[in-house]
Design a protein around this ligand. Sequence first.
Ligand code: ADP
Length: 265
Amino acid sequence: MKPILSVKDVKKIYGNGTYALRGVSFDIYEGEFVAIIGSSGSGKSTLLRCINQLIKPTQGSIVFKGTAVEKVNKCELRKIRREIGMIFQHYNLIDRLTVIQNVLHGRLGYMSDFHGIFDLYSKEDRWNAYRILERVGLEKEIHKRADQLSGGQKQRVGIARALAQNPSLMLADEPIASLDPVTSGAVMDYLYRICREDKISAIVSLHQVDFALKYATRIIGIKHGLIVFDGKPKELTDSIIDQIYVQGKDEFAKNELKLQRAIAI
Ligand code: ADP
């Protein structure tokens, strides 16, 4: 089976000289739900943003469905980006727009600039947006302004907008970092279920590592811009957890992870 995404020796050095990624390689296959874990500042967000070229890697190659994304022109990149949904920690919704208008924004990559500027969405797009909002339990909120929603509802709109793109890969950058534990569970349930049902591969960076253990089919641990673990959740040992997390940093997350692992085995 061919990977849907191939990341090879990707490095990112920011303009100020920070080495955020020091040579990261991995393949993602259809249907995988991969959690990226690591201390804050380890490079998780940079990695996700390099995949859809929101950040240009300094070196290395990223191949999505057989196309090297760093080599394509603007028009081809637009086509690739619409197949890669992105979910953000702070939702990135447009506050003054309604829930359904935000979801319809996921269709912009499929429209001409003219149609996009004037919000000329097709009947089919509107109907699909409604059906997607039903799937995340927001069908009663479609005409509410985004700024009137709770954090959990906003993130469900974030998932719906990404889904409206009809993606084959979903990237989620700390999607539950701003939510309380109960809401986080609900949001992760939606994200996980939708990705499974629609056979969308997912790469989700998570600070709450207990959620990584609960949902991920595979966990990648990053430390100082390098992969230090890549395996199944059950292969994570306490000593590997100690290796992934920087000493003195994220002690709470580390202890929580060990505790959850102990409960699971
Ligand atoms: P994480 O998502 O794991 O918290 P990041 O990818 O955000 O990590 O950051 C990795 C490293 O790159 C950190 O040292 C961070 O300070 C640095 N960094 C992130 N964004 C920038 C930027 N725009 N300019 C310079 N350094 C950055």
